[in-house]
Every structure is written in structure tokens, then in C-alpha cells.
Design a protein around this ligand. Structure first.
Ligand code: DQA
Length: 145
């Protein structure tokens, strides 16, 4: 039987993890995180694919593609688009994908402009504030869906 696929989508500036404000986001690079998630996925019987883009429309396209391909669940750290993108909210609603919102930091304890999450209006779950571990907890939850 084919492994269930989990797509891990990362939005703007997350390619800079490791050097980007490490006091907030930690020292792990996105490659470090992806390597751990791939290994964790293998142990859980999941095929994990990690992607990153700085472009909002690319995230929308990837969600549409995930729907067509029958992806089991999506872990989505949309970065700042979390707080601005009605297009991403609409894409999650339109595809009816099981999306788990992920953040390294806890946006609700930061500046007020980070308190609103459009992604959170359609996501089925949210893991935040655990640093890179947020992704690992989210993957465990995706495996249980
Ligand atoms: C983030 C939180 C967002 O507010 C911010 O714009 C990011 C990263 C996080 O993972 O903590 O780019 O999504």
C-alpha cells in the first residue's frame, strides 16, 4: 500500500531559519527541520515532503496540487501570510484539505498584528510556540488523523 503523504509547506523568510532572529526562531535551519521530519515520517509510515517559497500564489498553487494528488494532510507555516492572506484561507476552504497550522514562535504573544490568523480560520489544528519542535508535534497529530 502506498504511504500516506504529508506536505509541509513553508512561507516567506523561513528559508532564512538558522540565521533569522535566532532568539525568536532558534538555530535550526529549514533543512535540519526537514531532515528530522522525513525520518520521523518514515517511523510513522508517512511520506513527508517539505517545500518553501517566498510567494503567496505558489502556496495557493501547492494547496491546489495537494488536493489533486490526494495528500493526507498539510502542515502549513505560512509565515507572515498567516496574518494577511485571505487567498490562503480561501484555498484551504476550497480544497477542504486537512491543514495543521504551524509556527515556531507563538504569534499571539507577540505584536498585535500577529494575533489574527487567516490560516487558523480554516485549519483543523494549530501547533505553535515550541520552536522547531512545533513541526514534529504537528506531524504526530497529522499521523493520527
Ligand atoms: C512564524 C510567525 C509569523 O508571525 C512570522 O511572520 C513568521 C514566522 C513562526 O513560525 O513563528 O514568519 O510563522
Amino acid at each position: 500500500m502506498a504511504l500516506r503523504k504529508i506536505l509541509v509547506l513553508n512561507g516567506p523568510n523561513l528559508n532564512l531559519l538558522g540565521t533569522r532572529q535566532p532568539e525568536i526562531y532558534g538555530h535550526d535551519t529549514l533543512d535540519d527541520i526537514a531532515a528530522r521530519l522525513t525520518a520521523q515520517g518514515e517511523a510513522l509510515g508517512l511520506a513527508v515532503e517539505c517545500r518553501q517559497t517566498n510567494h503567496e500564489g505558489v502556496l495557493v498553487d501547492w494547496l491546489h496540487q495537494a488536493k489533486r494528488e490526494g495528500v493526507h494532510a498539510v502542515l502549513l507555516n505560512a509565515g507572515a501570510y498567516t496574518h494577511t492572506s485571505i487567498a490562503l484561507l480561501d484555498a484551504i476552504l476550497a480544497t477542504e484539505l486537512k491543514v495543521i497550522e504551524v509556527h515556531l514562535s507563538d504569534p499571539e504573544t507577540r505584536e498585535p498584528f500577529r494575533h489574527l490568523s487567516y490560516v487558523g480560520m480554516a485549519a483543523i489544528d494549530c501547533v505553535k510556540g515550541l520552536g522547531a519542535k512545533s513541526y514534529e508535534v504537528a506531524l504526530e497529530r497529522a499521523a493520527a488523523l
